[in-house]
Design a protein around this ligand. Structure first.
Ligand SMILES: [Zn+2]
Length: 399
């Protein structure tokens, strides 16, 4: 069996010559007559049921730029440019029905929009969206056999598993030997940085994600298709090891929170920086022990960024906020003093000396602020808590 990937067919192409049989409730033909949407053995169109909830979801996905998933076509006769939909007939029928104005979807201002009433920009998005289609070429028996394996009841194959079967060949075989082999001694080291099930091809998927992001290829499928018959996996393997080795070298101590981070991305951003490994380790350890840091997995990027650029980005760390009790106490104390002095209870409004210099804000109009920013060593406790009006708190920003 042979499979070919098509990525430049647009929705408009597929919808050209779309025919829908109202009587049979079936999408019949598309792609200018080349595509039989619903061969005899397929079930009828179900997406229009329940008030069309599902067909509307397909259209909304397209308009929002979300993928609608892989489509599989079968080419019964290699000599003839004719295709049948193996998987995707419901989605294609939704597209065709929308394209021919058979139903409408609600837009963000709650107006019903048919295809013909969409504004030109949305029309363009819809028409020009490209579909990802696998064309399978082979005997009907082969096709059915293969199709069964991608749809085993209960265990739907994940995308990487499907891709492996679509692009089976020397490259996938070698890649699986390296990345999907539970006997591989390197697994333990990889497990520090990558989460996922080796048998379900999830490490392999990460390896592909990393190399794809580092190159100008947009999709794993594209990469696999291009290397399908390669006799080695050097590029994939070397890049993967470079990322892991860099992480390993940069962080001398390992933490469970390192697992599953976007190491490929961090590598691309920071591998050329000369880090002082000892300082990095100290900073990580300090933050890891800091009870105000509630998102420990953000520490690594925070530290890399800080040593590379000097910028502190506490939002990576989800620094703990002041509690209700502290906020109430700070508010009461500030407001009491302010009233005695007949000035605003927002110290920043007082300093600004503008129209709010005497304003007593309600507590709900104020926000808690670290007097000494957390990133400069200030604690999240009552002593370091002051209430500011929302305007001034946001003006002060960084925490
Ligand atoms: Zn203020």
């Amino acid at each position: 069996m042979k499979t070919t990937l098509l990525t430049d067919l647009t929705i408009e192409d597929i919808c050209k010559g779309f025919e829908y049989s109202k009587l049979e409730g079936k999408g019949l033909f598309g792609w200018s007559g080349k595509l039989t949407i619903q061969p005899e053995y397929q079930r009828n169109y179900l997406y229009a049921e329940e008030d069309g909830k599902r067909e509307k979801a397909v259209i909304n996905s397209v308009l929002k730029g979300y993928p609608i998933g892989l489509l599989y076509f079968y080419k019964p006769n290699p000599e003839e440019e004719k295709f049948e939909v193996l998987d995707g007939q419901q989605r294609i029928t939704s597209l065709g029905r929308y394209f021919t104005n058979l139903f409408s979807v609600e837009d963000s201002s709650e107006h019903q929009q048919y295809f013909r009433t969409l504004d030109s920009e949305d029309k363009k998005i819809f028409s020009e969206t490209k579909l990802t289609i696998y064309i399978c070429d082979g005997t009907e028996k082969e096709i059915k056999e293969w199709f069964k394996t991608i749809n085993i009841t209960g265990i739907a194959l994940n995308e990487q598993e499907v891709s492996n079967s679509v692009y089976s060949g020397s490259f996938v075989t070698l890649a699986k030997e390296e990345f999907s082999n539970s006997q591989n001694a390197k697994l333990q080291k990889w497990g520090t940085y990558i989460s996922g099930n080796v048998k379900r091809q999830e490490i392999l998927e990460t390896a592909f994600e990393w190399i794809v992001k580092s190159s100008d290829r947009k999709k794993i499928e594209e990469y696999m298709s291009c290397h399908r018959y390669d006799k080695n996996i050097d590029e994939l393997k070397n890049y993967f090891e470079k990322v892991i080795d860099w992480a390993d070298k940069t962080f001398t101590k390992t933490y469970s929170e390192m697992c599953g981070l976007e190491w490929g991305e961090l590598y691309e951003k920071y591998h050329e920086v000369n880090f002082d490994i000892k300082k990095v380790a100290e900073a990580v350890e300090k933050l890891h022990g800091d009870e105000f840091v509630t998102k420990k997995s953000g520490i690594f990027e925070y530290v890399l960024k800080f040593f590379a650029t000097g910028k502190k980005e506490p939002k990576l760390l989800h620094v703990r906020l002041f509690g209700k009790v502290d906020k109430q106490k700070a508010y009461d104390k500030q407001t009491k003093t302010a009233k005695q002095k007949k000035v605003s209870n927002c110290p920043a409004c007082v300093i600004e000396n503008g129209k709010n210099k005497n304003k007593i804000w309600l507590q709900r109009e104020m926000e808690a602020d670290h007097v000494t920013a957390w990133s400069d060593g200030g604690a999240t406790d009552l002593k370091n808590c002051q209430m500011l009006c929302k305007f001034h708190n946001r003006l002060k920003g960084n925490d």
